[in-house]
Design a protein around this ligand. Structure first.
Ligand SMILES: [Zn+2]
Length: 510
């Protein structure tokens, strides 16, 4: 009898996957079951599940000392995805399946106590890594087959039960077909929200701001009373953005796979995602983490798409603080004793805010019951490092006269202009690390315009009058470049700079 069984699994920490060798050794000693190789708490539970599943499958658990080693040992191993590989390695060691046939196959899946295979998160990045390492034969739970098959070159075998896997590897077992465990869908993938820009009534200035945001990749703050259409405007932004590139589609789909929000039936996610967490959401729900295996939060699920914070001043200060990390670095790092989990989080931020806590403040202060102090404090919660990164800060006034309003342009019409503007930026910044105007540092923008000081006369006047900070001036220049790109011009005109100043109605005030 072989006393050694080996097979493969994949470990995931953040978005980085590693192929893990799972080795089971049987020793003639007092019966015991030992897992080694930095297992976390969930691996201890794996022992219970694996033993029960083996018994329910009608196979014998060896009455010996069973040692299962996961290597490389230094790699943190999280999650329930190791159950199947552990069972296969142990059964290979006992000779109840052919260890040679199981050896180079990658096994992913959680085991139910009844021996059925349960789907796991992160199948897409796990299979991609296995294939990249030349391990193309992959056994996954039946419900995970559509996701695994999205990886080019993967030889995917779906199984509903441990018995089917044992039979696959030449074991003698009763593998009666069973209904597979369906994939859990805690939340559906954040498909681009429905609705066309043409449905937004009135608000020509705010519509234009959304178009400019889409064209230049600018973060956006919308302030205005409830019912002015801020949420509707924000939800139209993803529809204006270009399709994800192939590498982006793989990356975004992998994040949603790990988050448990990926529906593989439509293939890879090819449209920018949209996430709109509620202001009562915890920091973990927004930036990711959680106990045990760290999961990506809304900010990562919005990667390459839009993160919309409605009633932004109502979010906890801690949440608003933690958003600085992804805004600066495009990723979130979650520290664990076993290592750091990294999730990409390069999103376009849209903040919406009422003008005051009660929401009824207008220019004339009608009906508003808030003290001037409360009003100042309210918006001040957003000020500082967060708003420093928001190029577009516009007011969305209440809509008063809707009758006779002509319908605005459709999403398709505006998206075409956005696409052309994006192409112009890609060409201009081809030799630079940035792709959109929003990413360009201020010094570079100023240098580009230096030959024509007349162009920025209005900007300098605003600076001299103290109506604009230097940082604010940089943001105006970024927007001016985007306006020029939308107009198909080679460089911003004086009018573009003037219009860019108007798109900063909030920030341009002292
Ligand atoms: Zn008020």
């Amino acid at each position: 009898m072989t006393a050694l069984g080996r097979t493969l699994a994949v470990g995931l920490l953040g978005m980085s996957a590693r192929v893990v060798e799972v080795e089971a050794h049987l020793a003639s000693a007092l019966p015991a079951f030992v897992l080694v190789g930095l297992p976390d708490a969930s691996l201890a539970e794996a022992k219970v599940r694996v033993r029960a599943a083996v018994a329910c499958t009608g196979l014998a658990w060896p009455p010996r000392r069973v040692t299962v080693n996961l290597s490389p040992a230094a790699l943190p191993k999280h999650g329930p995805g190791f159950d199947l590989a552990i069972a296969v390695a142990v059964l290979g060691a006992t000779g109840q399946l052919d260890p040679e046939r199981a050896r180079d196959t990658v096994h992913l899946g959680e085991l139910g106590l009844d021996g059925r295979l349960r789907p796991v998160r992160g199948v897409l990045p796990a299979v991609a890594e296995a294939v990249a390492q030349g391990r193309t034969r992959v056994v996954v739970p039946a419900a995970d087959v559509p996701e695994a098959e999205l990886v080019p070159g993967a030889g995917v075998i779906g199984c509903a039960t441990l018995a089917e896997v044992v039979a696959l590897h030449g074991g003698e077992v009763d593998a009666t077909p069973t209904t597979p465990v369906p994939a859990p869908r805690t939340s559906t993938a954040s498909a681009a929200p429905g609705g066309d820009l043409a449905e937004v009534l009135g608000q020509p200035a705010a519509r234009h701001a959304v178009e400019v945001a889409a064209a230049g990749g600018h973060h956006l703050l919308l302030t205005g009373p409830p019912g002015a259409g801020k949420t509707m405007l924000a939800s139209r932004l993803p529809g204006l953005l270009p399709d994800l590139t192939e590498p982006e589609a793989v990356e975004v789909s992998a994040v949603h796979s790990v988050a448990g929000s990926f529906d593989p039936s439509g293939g890879l996610l090819r449209r920018p995602p949209y996430e709109d967490p509620h202001h009562t959401a915890s920091a973990v729900a927004i930036v990711g983490g959680g106990s045990g295996w760290p999961h990506p939060g809304a900010a990562s699920r919005a990667h390459r798409g839009v993160l919309f914070l409605d009633e932004a001043p109502e979010f906890s200060g801690r949440v608003l603080q933690t958003l600085r990390q992804p805004l600066e670095h495009g990723q979130l790092v979650i520290s664990r004793a076993a290592g750091a989990a990294r999730f990409p989080a390069r999103f376009q931020l849209v903040l919406a805010a009422n003008p005051c806590p009660c929401g009824r403040a207008t220019g004339k202060g009608l009906d508003c019951s808030c003290t001037p102090q409360a009003r100042r404090r309210y918006l001040a919660r957003l000020d500082g490092p967060l708003l420093d990164r928001v190029d577009l800060q516009v007011e969305v006034p209440a809509v008063r006269h809707l009758t006779g309003e002509r319908p605005g342009e459709s999403t398709a019409t505006v998206a075409a202009r956005v696409a052309a503007a994006r192409t112009a930026q890609a060409l201009r910044w081809a030799d630079d690390p940035w792709r959109t105007n929003a990413e360009v540092p201020g010094a570079r923008l100023r240098a580009l315009l230096r030959p024509d000081p007349g162009l920025t006369a209005d900007l300098h006047r605003a600076l001299d009058a103290g109506r604009l900070t230097l940082r604010g001036a940089d943001r105006v220049l970024r927007i001016a470049w985007t306006l020029a790109d939308l107009a198909g011009a080679a460089a911003p005109s004086r009018e573009d700079v003037g219009r860019a100043l108007l798109l900063r109605t909030r920030g341009a005030r002292p």
